[in-house]
Design a protein around this ligand. Structure first.
Ligand code: PLP
Length: 444
């Protein structure tokens, strides 16, 4: 065994957490702020850092704190279950796991649905790809341009943007489909109907040149890491009706960011494309556990059961995460948080639209429900990652946490917990307007 040299420091001066972090964890973690924030606790829509500073949380730990920080119902369910049985593995049954699977199967909209639990969104998509490729006996898949599906070997291998994909070596053959971004690409000038028709024709064209069967199309209804972009409603219905069903290609809806009512008008993102029926598989994670490490895949029984292997997950569906997720899901449904996402999303949009008219640095406000993207440009009208990074720092100083993303890193991502109140929506929109104003003054 080798030991690491301790970092030299005067006896009375503790080594700052950031220095300890940088020494022992990957260089690509905790990069949002020049001086990363150390969070200590949270309550409702607020979190506190180690200096006692309070922040209004408009990003929810990447769309994961869905109900609220320290929601008593979730805390109670987790601690009671942890006191009874912390772990069981999928070799055995636990009541919370089966109950949660029943609820999700029923909510999914997929007929004859079965649920397999994982511990993350990446693993959920991995499982969905494994199921679809095994069922269809093909390792060819379709993914959307600009997509993000996780950081495992297979999911990063199908990611539709090279800035998030450090490897081009993928176990899957991936073809990239047009349709997720309206503002650039060859069809950007078209209206909704013509845009959908052009994307369908492009997909048909592409598939006509491919040898052998294609297993699945995997797509986010609203692209998350891609900067809260989405194609017109009905796009995936058209893909399904006109192309996928005819060729036996499965539709996997990646609902890791869009599930549980986040998009306001619908419980799942796919429902905006539901005219031709539900997807064949649906993946989820993030918001279900309100921060507990849980994800999963829903699939029609014949697809789920196609794996002959005795496939075991040690931690997937743990009694503690499923008990906490059940309490969280119950709260979400009983308090109609989807409806609240729609209402609060509208309030935020109205205010941000006014800000966009006042500040030329803001090119576009987009998204659905409480998934709002703010696209920033420089004085030449080009996407500006610098502007986004500057707004994040100014917002932090004002006590507001937001996210960023998009292929050029130029999109601010606004995604507060779905329990957001009207006062908090108004306060957050004001703080963001001020952060944008300061950043524009600084950079323009
Ligand atoms: N799918 C989508 C749409 C995501 O946004 C993410 C993460 O941001 C993932 C999958 C991966 O989820 P996780 O980070 O839980 O592995």
């Amino acid at each position: 065994m080798t030991t690491q040299e301790p970092l030299p420091t005067p006896l009375d001066e503790p080594v700052p957490l950031i220095a300890r972090h940088r020494a022992v964890t990957p260089a690509w973690l905790a990069l949002y702020y020049a001086d990363p924030i150390e969070l200590t606790h949270g309550e409702g829509r607020h979190v506190w850092d180690s200096d006692g500073v309070r922040y209004l949380d408009f990003f929810g730990g990447i769309l994961t704190t869905m109900t609220a920080h320290a929601l008593p119902e979730v805390t109670k369910a987790v601690s009671e279950q942890a006191g009874r049985l912390l772990h069981s593995s999928t070799l055995y049954l636990s009541t919370p796991m089966v109950e949660l699977a029943e609820q999700i199967a029923m909510l999914s909209g997929i007929p004859d649905a079965k649920v397999f639990f994982t511990t993350s969104g990446t693993e959920a998509n991995d499982a969905a790809l494994l199921l679809a490729t095994s069922y269809r006996r093909s390792n060819q898949v379709l993914a959307m341009r600009n997509s993000y599906h996780g950081r495992s070997f297979s999911t990063i291998g199908i990611t539709g943007n090279s800035s998030w994909s450090p490897t081009s070596l993928s176990p899957l053959q991936t073809l990239y489909v047009h349709g997720s971004v309206r503002t650039s690409g060859p069809f950007a000038h078209l209206g909704d109907r013509a845009f959908i028709d052009a994307c369908v024709a492009d997909l048909e064209d592409m598939l006509a040149q491919v040898g052998g069967p294609v297993a699945a199309l995997i797509a986010e209804p609203v692209q998350g890491v891609g900067g809260f972009t989405h194609g017109p409603d009905g796009l995936f219905a058209a893909f399904k009706r006109q192309v996928l069903d005819r060729l036996g290609i499965l539709w996997i809806s990646d609902e890791v960011q869009t599930g549980w009512g986040r998009t306001g008008d619908h419980f799942w993102g796919w429902e905006a494309h539901g005219q031709s029926g539900p997807p064949d598989l649906l993946t989820f994670a993030k918001g279900l556990g309100n921060g507990l490490s849980i994800g999963g895949v829903v699939a029609r029984a014949e697809v789920m059961d196609c794996l002959g292997a005795n496939s075991i997950s040690t931690f997937g569906g743990s009694p503690v995460t499923t008990a906490g997720a059940l309490a969280n899901l119950r709260y979400l449904l009983e308090h109609d948080l989807q409806g609240n996402a729609r209402r609060m999303g509208r309030i935020l949009r109205q205010r941000l639209d006014v800000t966009a008219r006042q500040l030329p640095m803001v090119r576009e406000i987009r998204g659905k429900g409480l998934m709002i993207g703010v696209e920033l440009v420089d004085q030449d009208g080009q996407p500006s990652a610098l502007a986004a990074a500057t707004v994040l720092e100014r917002a932090r100083e004002l006590g507001l946490l937001i996210g960023k993303g998009g292929p050029q890193g130029s999109t601010l991502r606004i995604a507060p917990p779905l329990t957001l109140t009207e006062d908090e929506a108004v306060e957050g929109a004001e703080l963001l307007r001020e952060a944008l104003r300061q950043a524009q003054q600084e950079l323009w």
